[in-house]
Design a protein around this ligand. Structure first.
Ligand SMILES: [Zn+2]
Length: 188
C-alpha cells in the first residue's frame, strides 16, 4: 500500500544511508526525527524517501532491520509472499522458521515444475536435480538441505545461522533459474 502525505514537523538531519526494510531500496534520507535525550543524540527516526515509511536507529542498530538476501523478479504471487517471509525470518534471526519455510518453498517449486504432490522432501529435491533445475555444481547445497533433517520425521531440526544462510542463498538461485530467467527471456 502506498503511504502518501507528509510526516508532521520532520527535521532535517545528517543524511544516513541504509537499506529500507519496507521497500528493499537503498536510500539516503536527510529528514526525520531525533531524541535529544543526552548530550549527543543516538536515537533517530528516518523517513524513507522512496516509500515514505519510518525506520528507527539506536546507534547503528536498524529497526526494522533490512531484509536478508536479494529480491527475485517474476515470481508467482504466492511464491513471492513466502520468499519475502523467509527473508524476514532471516533478518530477525529466526533461522529454524526460515529453513522450514524454505523447504516448503522447494516443494512448491518442484510441484510447479511437474512433481506430484504429497511426496517427501528428498524426492522433491531429487526431482529438481533430475529436471536440471538444480545446477550440476549445486551438490553441496543439496547436501546442506538434506542435512537440515526431514520434516516428515516430526523432529524440529536445529538450524544455525550458517546453514540457514546457505539454504536461503540456494533457494534464491533456484528461484532465479526457475522464474526470473525465463521471465526476462520472455520479456526480450
Ligand atoms: Zn522504503
Amino acid at each position: 500500500m502506498e503511504l502518501n502525505g507528509q510526516w508532521n514537523a520532520a527535521d532535517s538531519m545528517d543524511p544516513r544511508k541504509y537499506q529500507c526494510a519496507h521497500c528493499d531500496v537503498l536510500v539516503g534520507p536527510d529528514t526525520g526525527y531525533f531524541c535529544n535525550e543526552s548530550l549527543y543524540e543516538w536515537a533517530y527516526i528516518y523517513i524513507c524517501p522512496n516509500c515514505n515509511r519510518p525506520t528507527y536507529f539506536e546507534f547503528d542498530n536498524q529497526i526494522p532491520s533490512p531484509r536478508y538476501g536479494n529480491e527475485v523478479e517474476y515470481l508467482p504471487e504466492e511464491i513471492e509472499k513466502v520468499y519475502k517471509e523467509i527473508r524476514d525470518c532471516m533478518s530477525h534471526q529466526l533461522f529454524t522458521a526460515a529453513v522450514l519455510l524454505a523447504r516448503k518453498l522447494l516443494m512448491n517449486i518442484a510441484v510447479d515444475s511437474g512433481a506430484k504432490e504429497g511426496d517427501n522432501f528428498v524426492s522433491y529435491v531429487n526431482f529438481l536435480e533430475d529436471e536440471g533445475i538444480i545446477p550440476k555444481n549445486g551438490r553441496d547445497w543439496v547436501d546442506a538441505i538434506r542435512q537440515a533433517g526431514n520434516i516428515a520425521t516430526h523432529k524440529i531440526p536445529s538450524i544455525d545461522k550458517e546453514l540457514a544462510e546457505k539454504i536461503v542463498t540456494f533457494l534464491e538461485i533456484l528461484l532465479r533459474i526457475k522464474y526470473e530467467m525465463p521471465g526476462r527471456m520472455a520479456k526480450n
